[in-house]
Design a protein around this ligand. Structure first.
Ligand code: GTP
Ligand code: MG
Ligand code: ZN
Length: 292
């Protein structure tokens, strides 16, 4: 048995890297029977056949896993945003930060295309919460070194709306990758979904980064594993206020004597983060109601 790591999953094949080699594998009958699908990032055991092919026999215990993007064993969730062409909706950032908190992995924000605008509407919001924020330009090669040194030694997943420059940033960090990048539609102000599949790259020793396709639109199924009552615990900056509301089961929506809403009024919690919380809470409430 050879141990390796799934770097790509496409059309029923799993590409497993073991040392310097990549083996094209199918999933073993045992895994299929158990309804277990290997994910990019999984550490697996494979049996080898001729011509760099093989079969995935078992998946080693996962540290964590996500359904969308379908990845496993993530140390850091990196969200790439842009303030221009296309503009990132903060709800997308907050949905991902919530998932990172839920998984217990790090969350980092990169604001790209800083060559196109000085405007940085949300950087400070996330810095104030205590998240690391990098400001980059893949075009002008700025902020790349700092980002690269943060990534060292970790497995990170790069997410963000289509066209913000995820693949471009990876190329800037490691030009050897020469990933395909696409245009942004002038008319729609959206990316063209250039990256079509999830793939992991080793950009430096022990440093893995997973490029993902930009999401098409807001997809609530990405957070549906979280209960509406658990959501507040995934909003990092709510922490100091939770538990001091008048009602112990306060959802921080319209209850009187709510410390979270007071903190929003006083400015210790940002309006935009609280607005995201409300939207995500309503989504989760609705989907819970539909299950009964
Ligand atoms: N001016 C400027 N353009 C950039 C920058 N980064 C990326 N771009 C351009 O933005 C467009 C989209 O870049 P991609 O790297 O394909 O974006 P992506 O996030 O990978 O998009 P998807 O794969 O569709 O999710 C390309 O035309 C890039 O050249 C930047 O820092 N500055
Ligand atoms: Mg891409
Ligand atoms: Zn409250």
């Amino acid at each position: 048995m050879t141990e390796g790591r799934v770097v790509k999953a496409l059309s029923g094949f799993f590409y497993v890297q073991a040392g310097e080699e990549i083996y094209t594998c199918t999933s073993s009958g045992k895994l299929k029977y158990g309804n277990t699908v290997p994910l990019v990032g999984d550490r697996v055991e494979i049996t080898l056949s001729a011509g760099h092919t093989g079969s995935v026999e078992s998946i080693l215990l996962r540290k964590n896993s996500l359904i969308r993007p379908a990845v496993a064993n993530i140390d850091s969730m990196v969200f790439l945003a842009s303030n221009v062409n296309p503009v990132t909706d903060p709800l997308l950032i907050d949905r991902m930060s919530v998932i990172a908190e839920y998984l217990g992995c790090e969350f980092v924000l990169i604001i790209n295309k800083m060559d196109l605008t000085e405007e940085d509407a949300f950087g400070k919001i996330y810095e104030d919460i205590g998240y690391k924020v990098f400001r980059t330009s893949a075009a002008k090669n700025t902020g790349i070194k700092e980002t690269d040194s943060y990534l060292r030694g970790k497995t990170s997943v790069l997410t963000g709306n289509s066209g913000v420059g995820k693949s471009s940033i990876l190329n800037a960090i490691n030009p050897r990758l020469s990933l395909k990048t696409g245009e942004v539609s002038e008319k729609l102000g959206r990316g063209k979904h250039t990256t079509r599949h999830v793939e992991m790259f080793e950009i430096a020793p022990e440093t893995f980064i997973i490029d993902t396709p930009g999401f098409a639109s807001f997809d609530i199924s990405m957070i549906s594993a979280i209960k509406s009552t658990e959501l507040q615990g995934c909003m990092k900056e709510f922490g100091p206020f939770i538990g001091s509301c008048r009602y112990s089961d306060c959802n921080h929506i319209s209850e009187p004597g709510c410390s979270v809403r007071d903190a929003v009024k006083e400015g210790s919690i940002s309006e935009s983060r609280y607005a995201s919380y409300r939207k995500l809470f309503e989504f989760l409430k609705d989907s819970e109601a539909r299950q009964y």
